[in-house]
Design a protein around this ligand. Structure first.
Ligand SMILES: *Cc1c(COP(=O)(O)O)cnc(C)c1O
Length: 400
């Protein structure tokens, strides 16, 4: 039962999470079931992770086969699933080198180390600076939180790693004002997730690319949330026409297996990380990599990015319809592909709870945004159902 599970977790789990009062038990397709048997349409996907939904046969079979063979080897040895995952991920990301991690935050740590080592290799100095963005989110480890543009996440844990500067997202002048001879990298999300579902302007990214090329500064994208098909391309930058030098990925690449990665061009790899500079025990072990390889195969076979592109106009159209119908409750729709947000004028937690009651799981993001990051395998009928439920939620709120 939900209540029994909740009681035990509340007693034992460190109290850092504000949780919804349901215990999820199993998933099938794009639906989840709680421990009391209630069914939910899932537009959260475990925070943009479960891109293939739940209980996908091909995915399950690949993992089960790998469990039967070998789960872990350490990175002291080669193994076929690692080779396959690396080749497929590099190809999809159009990058030359990959390092597998256990999480998104660790992938960001890898980018920070790469940026510092690249600059250090050039000039031997230790005072390089990284420019990150206000309202960004990059994870909770000390390095990742140091580049996260949210004072609330940083302040209790000061001092941060240092030499991080924050610019205003989509404001090129604010970036230019921070650039100096010590700047080694610019880090940003092509679509900000936690910060409130804010896509970057193409003109902003193009100008960043130009500045980085001119000064040999690394342009580093955090594609942890917006990557892996979510915007209708394998990675968001591929639809924006600006290629980074390095990128961090996680969430969707494993479809629920805890795995991330950071990737880079050959030029950056050549000029930065050398034997002994970095490592991990678990990172990209055969089981994790079998998940990455399976996800990549299924993406190709089922044409997932094209499916997202095809349904995006309908998804956006339904949300725009709601925004027009309830102008006093919805300030704006923002997003890209299957990463959509509605900025509300009343507390988003109320909307999330009301939707949950009606059998729809959605989540929130910063700036009072109702966030929708569904499995990428949703069909038109699921978007219809989502929009009808939200319509009922807003209608009820309006009548209050
Ligand atoms: C979730 C997320 C992270 C952190 O990933 P973890 O796996 O939770 O460490 C970093 N950046 C972005 C954009 C994210 O959405």
């Amino acid at each position: 039962m939900n209540s029994e599970i909740i009681k035990i977790e509340d007693k034992n789990i460190l109290g850092v999470y504000n949780r919804f009062q349901i215990a999820l038990d199993r998933g099938e397709g794009v639906h989840l079931y709680d421990a009391d048997g209630k069914k939910y349409l899932d537009f959260g996907a475990g925070i943009a992770v479960c891109c293939l939904g739940y209980s996908h046969e091909g995915y399950k079979t690949a993992l089960k086969n790998q469990i039967d063979k070998l789960m872990h080897t350490s990175n002291l040895y080669y193994s076929k699933p690692v080779a396959e995952a690396a080749e497929k991920l590099c190809r999809a990301a159009k990058m030359d080198r990959v390092f597998f991690t256990n999480s998104g935050a660790e992938a960001i740590e890898g980018l920070i180390k790469t940026a510092r080592k690249y600059a250090y290799t050039k000039d031997g100095h230790h005072d390089h600076e990284i420019i990150a963005m206000e309202h960004s989110f990059h994870g909770r480890t000390m390095g990742a939180v140091s580049v996260t543009g949210n004072e609330h996440y940083r302040e209790p844990f000061e001092p941060m790693i240092g030499n991080i500067r924050f610019a205003t997202y989509n404001d090129i002048d604010s970036v230019k004002a921070l650039i100096n001879d010590r700047t080694c990298a610019i880090l940003l999300e092509p679509v900000q997730g936690e910060g409130g579902i804010r896509p970057a302007k193409e003109s902003f990214l193009k100008e960043l690319r130009r500045i980085c090329d001119e000064k040999d500064i690394l342009l580093m994208f955090d594609e942890i949330q917006c990557g892996m098909g979510r915007t209708g391309e394998y990675f968001a930058w591929q639809g924006m026409g600006v290629k980074p030098d390095c990128m961090a990925v996680a969430k969707g690449i494993g479809n629920g297996m805890p795995v991330g990665a950071f990737l880079m061009s050959e030029k950056v790899a050549e000029g930065s990380m050398k034997p002994g500079d970095h490592g991990t025990t678990y990172g990209g072990n055969p089981l994790a990599c079998s998940a990455v390889a399976a996800v990549a195969d299924i993406f190709e076979k089922e044409g997932i990015p094209a499916h997202v592109r095809e349904l995006t106009p309908y998804f956006e159209g339904r949300l725009d319809g709601l925004a027009q119908k309830y102008p006093t409750l919805i300030k704006e729709r923002r997003g890209s592909g299957f990463m959509q947000g509605l900025e509300l004028t009343f507390p988003v937690s109320e909307a999330v709870a009301a939707a949950q009651k009606r059998g729809l799981l959605v989540i929130s993001a910063g700036g009072n945004v109702l966030r929708m990051v569904p499995p990428l395998v949703i069909e038109k009928e699921h978007i219809e159902e989502m929009a009808d439920i939200l319509d009922a939620v807003f209608a009820e709120k309006k009548d209050q």
